[in-house]
Design a protein around this ligand. Structure first.
Ligand code: PMP
Length: 405
């Protein structure tokens, strides 16, 4: 028998597993709202016009790029999230390396934390990583793969379908040990679509300072959530301005539509310039042993767009278009449910931000939608608004109505 006959099958991924079921469904009028990928109003994948334009430029060669990636891309990515005039950048306290999209940034950051984050000499146990409850399904796995222990902090109130501000602050104050790592979604929280208010971000920052927590921001939707790159960077910049040390993972999957190209960045914002060279060299060491160097093509495209004022303007326009289409789908879905007199309060659908709506449907109702209506969403009730179109909103509303009545 095979050397591997004892290997048990791994449980399917909570998101990609559903996408697989969708692929296997022979029904023609099926609808995939499980994966977070933008679709145009005809339900088709969409290449940004500005990306198409840059793609016409021939690649200079197919040589390896450095372990840390394209440095002009890294600098531009840091500027994009921290702000043109960030003092950490001016003071050369930022280390940025290119990453395999947002997931790769989190994974390399996690590996670095595992190796080097021993903040409490009195305690030999490694600090835990705290992620919101609920969070993106992959967060726990990414940090656990690096050998870190993961716990959750209170985030969402299912009754109000909004951030549980009081619960969140109390949890951070009372239950999360000092020096813990805390993962914060920079904007467009996945899966809930509920973000802290600016006021709440300020309160979170105060607790982070008091408790000396290490913040790891995950920014997967800058510009894609509100259509405004500055607005979606509010929380990260607020924290940066306080002068604390933190990590930031960036993804260009959604905002540039470069999903499969794996374009991302990982930044360390340090207190002073002293550790910068050492941190950079250790990140390169980690990258070298994991995958040697990142892919060139997508980062070259992003680098052009970020560094050319004309292309940058064109990109901003497309961010407005994509986010507006998603907001419009929210509005149409909400109106469709109201006009059907579907029982329940659906106002959270238009209040939530980003790609997803946390519909409030339970696992049984989600399964019913899948089996009876061929509509696929994750079991937590999360549906991608970007996967809807004017044509499919009525079908989705009919199915929800059927499931809850
Ligand atoms: N973090 C969050 C919160 C996300 O929603 C995503 C995308 N689904 C990612 C990270 C990373 O995605 P990618 O690796 O494709 O950039």
């Amino acid at each position: 028998s095979s050397l591997w006959s004892h290997v048990p099958s791994a449980p399917p991924d909570s998101i990609l597993g559903i996408a697989n079921l969708y692929r296997k469904d022979p029904e023609k009028k099926k609808l995939n709202l499980s994966v977070g990928a933008y679709r145009d109003d005809n339900g088709n994948p969409c290449i940004l016009r500005v990306v198409r334009k840059v793609e016409q430029e021939p690649a200079p060669d197919h040589e390896y790029i450095p372990m840390a990636g394209i440095s002009l891309f890294c600098q531009a990515a840091a500027k994009l999230i921290l702000g043109e005039n960030a003092s950490s950048i001016a003071e050369k306290r930022v280390v940025t390396v290119q990453s395999l999209s947002g997931t790769g940034a989190l994974r390399v950051g996690a590996e670095f934390l595992y190796r080097f984050y021993h903040p409490n000499p009195a305690n030999t146990e490694k600090p835990r990583v705290y992620i919101p409850r609920p969070s993106w399904g992959n967060h726990r796995k990414v940090f656990e793969s690096a050998g870190l222990k993961v716990s959750e902090y209170t985030y969402f109130d299912p009754v109000t379908c909004d951030v549980d501000a009081k619960g969140l602050l109390e949890d951070l104050k009372n239950n999360v040990p000092s020096y813990s790592v805390i993962v914060l979604h920079a904007c467009a929280h996945n899966p809930t679509g509920a973000d802290p208010s600016e006021e709440l971000w300020k309160e979170i920052l105060q607790v982070v300072l008091q408790k000396q927590l290490l913040v790891f921001f995950d920014s997967a939707y800058q510009g894609f959530a509100s259509g405004d790159l500055e607005k979606d960077a509010f929380a990260v910049r607020l924290f940066e301005q306080s002068g604390i040390e933190m990590l930031v993972a960036q993804s260009f999957a959604k905002n540039m539509g470069l999903y499969g190209e794996r374009v991302g960045a990982l930044s360390f914002i340090c207190k002073d310039t002293c550790p910068v060279d050492a941190v950079q060299s250790q990140l390169e060491t980690i990258i070298r042993s994991m995958y040697s160097s990142p892919p060139a093509n997508g980062a070259r495209i992003a680098c052009r767009i970020l560094n050319d004022p004309q292309l940058f303007q064109e990109w901003k326009q497309e961010l407005v278009e994509m986010s507006a289409r998603i907001q419009n789908m929210r509005k149409l879905l909400y109106e469709a449910l109201v006009s059907r007199k579907t029982p329940g309060d659906w106002s959270h659908i238009t209040k939530q931000i980003g790609m997803f709506s946390f519909t409030g449907l339970n696992a049984k109702q989600v399964r019913y939608l899948r089996e009876k209506h061929h509509i696929y969403m994750t079991e937590d009730g999360r549906a991608s608004m970007a996967g809807l179109s004017r044509e499919t909103v009525p079908m989705f509303a009919d199915a929800i109505h059927d499931a809850v009545t």
